[in-house]
Design a protein around this ligand. Structure first.
Ligand code: FES
Length: 683
């Protein structure tokens, strides 16, 4: 009786998956059978290089095997051709070409894993597992035959099934029109971008290229805000952000905040359609700019994920937002949406590409709040965490593992630098950091694009190209808070006169005063002041934010939170200390106030890169309790009390430990010249 030797053992690292395979089995086939995460776009024809592996040789006591030098089939011509043309790291093999010849240990490097992890760049680094809805597949399609009268699409689907085990996919007319020339030009090999928005659901071919397509696939994560639109162009293979850009939402000309845009739609027949056209045109401009900046073909942009508040959501979709302007604030739909880009006139990306819009939480709490929840995961927090996404409309979440509440609050555009006399969007030249010396009352500042402070040597030269052009959102928050800390402004928000504050920088302006931050007039630049009107705009915005947070705290029945996360387009730039001096947020230990950057944008990026995250937030929003600020009488009460800086009644004990606020008053009594204006008490 002859003893049959067992088939060679193939062990994959880092997964540890192992199995026995007959001699001659390609490593890619072994990986597939074991469920090892090894990528392949070309189906094993040696042209995509996605299947690269690193074979190990020698003793592997941990795995109980010794690998001989000839454990894999010899290096072949396909691999050599690939290496000559594109290069291949020494020691690497193509998994589709290397075949099992003996016991072998095979390492799958991260870039060859389909579901590779990408680490988010954020305060809380978390990995996103890559599993985008659209992927590339390169297949050889059987040529047509007089005796087998099937269509090209049917034979393409058969090839996809045979090579990648995929169910049949649909194709839109535009793709069908390109399929025949592509197949013939590619000598019966094509690469398709296949979109499967829901795991196990129907698939659609959104693009086809002749032969092997080298250009990869791209997606957009878009945070469509009332004031600004921010977009990240992302590589769908590895989640890298290739270009980021933003522009002002052109709907501003129809009204600065949400309710004025709803009113515009109500008062002007066709006004909603006008706003829809404006925002879609702006999106196409932005997408075109991003594609140019990244140097990619716009047809490779096959996915876009949107997060936005409910009014922006409806106007993007072409739905009249009138119902959102009145109780009970009914949404046309609160569900997540999968749409074709063409349905939204997004022609600057692949019009056959897919758009995903995150679900809305309620009529006033939109997909942007859902995106913040996806990014910051308050439902996984042991502490009671307050997350505020600061924008024209603030999204506020409060909760922990047991319960999460959400509301939105109409802060207006002041935090984004709009409605501020010297306000501008965050761009080079904008003042973003401010310090005011409490003794001399002299300011110093930093502008975006320059690391130096304005009193550092070389500042003028370093900012010569951009100039000092205005104040952005984080700059105005710091400026107003610093004015309070330096005793230039009293708790009611009143700016003192030069006489009261002892500095010539307090300039009279009508019946009020303004603080001179920068005078660039000698060199033709602007005079940048913080006016009484600016302070009032910031007070309104911060009171709305605080009142929303406070309402959620009432609902949970607490007077304090364990930690605060500041998010928003400029969330990363807001100084926790200044935000608390202003009373934007409730009192909390200062070291427990952190910035999360643009959490809504991050949520969009997570949903772009990972389909399971979409399902997670679709389920997650159903568990969030919505609190409606517009109809809650206590909101007004909280709003009024929050008008003072930092607050009329709340004690702010943590803030008092870190900062001493001078007790000054510049009201009517002080204006008559009594000593009250200069009263100061430290501590
Ligand atoms: Fe494409 Fe191996 S699978 S080169």
């Amino acid at each position: 009786m002859t003893e049959t030797r067992p088939d060679p053992l193939v062990i994959f690292t880092p997964s540890g998956k192992r199995g026995r395979f007959p001699v001659g089995t390609p490593i890619l086939t072994a990986a597939r059978q074991l469920g090892v995460d090894l990528d392949s776009v070309c189906g094993g024809r040696g042209i995509c290089s996605k299947c690269q592996i690193t074979p190990g040789v020698g003793d592997f006591p941990k795995h109980g095997v010794t690998v001989a030098a000839d454990a894999l089939s010899p290096w072949n011509a396909v691999e050599q051709r690939y290496k000559d043309i594109r290069g291949l790291i020494d020691g690497r093999r193509l998994g589709c070409q290397a075949k099992v010849a003996g016991d072998i240990v095979v390492d799958v490097p991260p870039e060859s894993q389909v579901h590779r992890q990408v680490v988010r760049k954020a305060a809380t680094a978390r990995a996103i597992e890559m599993d985008p809805a659209t992927r590339l597949y390169c297949v050889a399609v059987q040529e047509p035959d007089m005796h087998e009268p099937t269509g090209d699409l049917e034979r393409l689907n058969r090839a996809l099934a045979e090579t990648f085990d995929l169910p049949p996919a649909q194709a839109d007319l535009q793709v069908l029109a390109r399929l025949q020339p592509a197949l013939r030009k590619g000598d019966w090999t094509v690469t398709v971008a296949l979109s499967t928005p829901r795991e196990g659901g129907p698939s659609k071919i959104v693009e086809v290229w002749p032969g092997f397509h080298e250009g990869g696939l791209h997606g957009l994560a878009i945070d469509l805000g009332s004031t600004t639109i921010a977009a990240h162009l992302t590589d769908l293979a590895d989640g890298r952000v290739l270009a980021s850009s933003g522009l002002m939402n052109p709907q501003i000309r129809f009204g600065e905040d949400l309710m004025s845009r709803v009113s515009y739609a109500m008062m002007n027949p066709g006004g909603d359609a006008e706003m829809t056209r404006a925002v879609r045109a702006a999106l196409n401009t932005l997408i075109g700019e991003l594609a140019t900046e990244a140097g990619i073909d716009a047809r490779t942009i096959v996915e876009a994920v949107f997060v936005c508040n409910p009014v922006m959501h409806h106007l993007l979709l072409g739905i009249d937002p009138v119902e959102l302007g009145q109780a009970p604030f009914a949404l046309a739909t609160s569900s997540a949406l999968d749409l074709a880009a063409a349905a939204l006139d997004l022609t600057a990306m692949n019009p056959g590409g897919q758009v995903y819009i995150l679900p809305c939480i309620a009529g006033h709490v939109g997909a942007d709040a859902a995106a913040v929840a996806l990014s910051e995961e308050p439902d996984k927090s042991d502490d009671l965490v307050l997350i505020v996404d600061v924008g024209t409309n603030a999204e506020i979440l409060l909760g922990n593992r047991s319960r999460v509440l959400a509301c939105s609050s109409p802060t207006g555009p002041a935090f984004e630098g709009a409605q501020i006399s010297s306000g501008q969007r965050a761009a080079p030249g904008a003042i973003e950091r401010v310090e005011i010396d409490p003794e001399t009352k002299e300011p110093r500042f930093r502008v975006i694009g320059c690391e130096l402070w304005s009193d550092d040597p070389g500042f003028a030269e370093a900012t010569a190209a951009t100039g000092v052009t205005g104040i952005c959102g984080s700059g105005i928050i710091e400026a107003v808070a610093e004015m309070r800390m330096a005793g230039l402004m009293d708790p009611s928000g009143l700016i003192g006169s030069g006489e009261q504050t002892g500095t010539p920088r307090s300039l009279p302006e009508g019946r009020t005063h303004a603080y001179l931050l920068h005078d660039g007039s000698a060199t033709g630049g602007p005079v940048i002041t913080v006016t009484q009107g600016d302070v009032r705009a910031i007070q309104l915005a911060k009171s709305a934010l605080y009142a929303g947070a406070r309402l959620l705290m009432d609902e949970i029945g607490v007077d304090a939170v364990d930690r605060v996360v500041l998010a928003g387009a400029f969330g990363a730039h807001i100084s926790p200390k200044h935000a608390m001096v202003l009373g934007m947020i409730p009192d909390a230990p200062l070291d427990r106030v952190t910035s999360a950057g643009n959490a809504a944008g991050t949520g969009a990026r997570i949903a772009l890169c990972n389909r399971a995250a979409r399902r997670r937030i679709e389920a997650g929003v159903r568990a969030i309790t919505k609190v409606e600020t517009a109809i809650e009488p206590r909101f007004q009460e909280h709003f009024v009390a929050a008008n003072a800086i930092p607050h009329a009644t709340a004690p702010f004990p943590n803030l008092a430990q870190a900062v001493s606020l001078p007790q000054v008053g510049f009201g009517a009594g002080a204006a008559r010249g009594d000593a009250g204006g200069r009263r100061r008490r430290r501590g």
